[in-house]
Design a protein around this ligand. Structure first.
Ligand SMILES: Cc1ncc(COP(=O)(O)O)c(C=O)c1O
Length: 413
């Protein structure tokens, strides 16, 4: 069994119009492949289910900053949610204008603040401490302020960004202080922001966060937009209950509409999804090189590991896995493990897969978000190459360094 966007045709498993096994033959493994059309469909679906206008989407590039994906989102009319000076420079090099980039700051230095201001991007401040420093350095400007929505939601503790344990956002009860600091410095607050968490299964949590932020929003007279962050859930497991996005969008629109009516102006509604846009479009293709029978367990070793796809070991995340080269064989139960010197280097435990043999290729699905971008070279193994697929064509997007190139790069001073 596989999940979209993969399909099986005449014994081959395809993404876009291309066989993933053939792609691996051409570009080698481990290999990340991203299907642009899938990312595009997800992008367009947002304005289908959230019918409020104006609606702006700021792609959370932390989820995947592949340059071809960034250029593609720019061509679709997306903006960018950036979280570091590196994000800002990368987005600009992909062609985004500074006013399409919202920089959400998080424990930044003064140098980073100055750099972002020099780059001309829009600034989203998330603490009273930073707001004071900003106000003394940049009076008379316009900013967005990030509030903590006081709702705890997300698919793992590390993926909940709201609530009083969180380091993110100004507390709602400090709205008056925000107003006082900005009034004294002649700063206009043109945007409000919150992000509750990632992979939020309970729609009610999203509505509650919106309502909590909107409960203080009336105090800010200069608003042009409100950004409710990302966190839209997509299924990682075929058995997961799917969110009814039509109803979800209808409720979001209704909540915002009611607020704008009482505020007296039609504001821009913004979201900044990452996973929703890119998780499904990506696979990591790995090759099986070692199979061991450890008493009761069949352990499958592959030529990749947690530095390439850390979500299972970091968040206990489920990623669906498909045997590309033996898809119709009898299934057995396997542990799928990587090539890193860590016992937590596990992609899946007790996973039923069609018989796996040494030399088989496995596709790890939903590898388009928070995989390559969270990647590292731990154990001095280079990151995989990345290819982008559009229809029947595949293009090498990022090259895999050889071991020698990696070491050379690290040895250069
Ligand atoms: C401020 C902010 N916006 C957007 C996102 C994107 O979240 P997701 O990929 O779950 O949509 C994140 C994720 O951490 C975030 O911190």
């Amino acid at each position: 069994m596989m999940m979209p966007p993969l399909i099986e045709k005449n014994g081959s498993i395809l993404m876009g119009g291309l066989s993933l096994a053939e792609l691996s033959g051409e570009f080698g493994t481990p290999l990340f492949a991203y299907d642009l059309n899938t990312a595009g469909e997800m992008f367009h679906s947002l304005s289908r289910f959230i019918t409020w206008k104006p609606l702006e989407i700021y792609y959370a590039m932390k989820s995947n900053w592949n340059p071809d994906l960034l250029r593609y989102f720019r061509s679709l009319g997306s903006g960018i949610d950036a979280v570091s000076p590196g994000d800002i420079l990368m987005a600009k090099s992909a062609g985004f204008n500074p006013d399409q980039i919202l920089y959400t700051t998080n424990n930044i230095t003064d140098e980073e603040m100055d750099m972002a201001m020099n780059e001309g991007v829009r600034f989203n401040v998330g603490s009273i401490s930073r707001l004071r420093k900003y106000a003394s350095r940049y009076p008379g400007t316009s900013i967005c302020v990030r509030f903590n929505p006081d709702v705890v939601a997300g698919e793992h503790d590390y993926l909940c960004t709201g609530g009083s344990l969180s380091k993110f956002g100004v507390l709602l009860e400090d709205a008056r202080e925000v107003l006082a600091i900005t009034r004294d410095a002649g700063i206009r607050i043109t945007g409000l922001h919150e992000h509750t968490g990632s992979g939020i299964a309970a729609a009610e949590s999203v509505y509650q966060s919106m309502k909590n932020l909107l409960s203080i929003a009336g105090q800010f007279p200069d608003l042009e937009f409100i950004d409710f962050g990302g966190g839209f859930k997509v299924p990682y497991d075929p058995d997961e209950i799917k969110i009814d996005y039509t109803e979800f969008g209808r409720n979001i629109t209704a909540i915002f509409e009611e607020f704008c009516r009482s505020y007296g102006r039609r504001l821009t509604l913004c979201f900044e999804p990452g996973k929703y846009l890119t998780a499904a479009c990506g696979v990591l293709i790995v090759e099986v090189n070692t199979i061991r029978d450890n008493k009761s367990r069949r352990i499958v070793g592959v030529n990749s590991g947690l530095p390439h796809l850390i979500r299972p070991s970091f968040y206990g995340a489920y990623h669906h896995i498909v045997n590309l080269t033996n898809p119709s064989a009898t299934p057995f139960k396997y542990d799928i493990v990587g090539n890193i010197c860590e016992s937590g280097d596990v992609f899946a435990r007790d996973r039923m897969l069609p018989e796996v043999r040494e030399g088989d290729l496995l596709a790890i699905q939903n590898a388009g978000s928070y995989c390559y971008s969270m990647g590292s070279i731990y154990n001095l193994r280079p990151l995989p190459a990345e290819v982008v697929i559009q229809g029947n064509t595949a293009k090498l997007s990022t090259k895999r360094l050889s071991f020698a190139e990696l070491v050379l790069r690290l040895s250069e001073s």
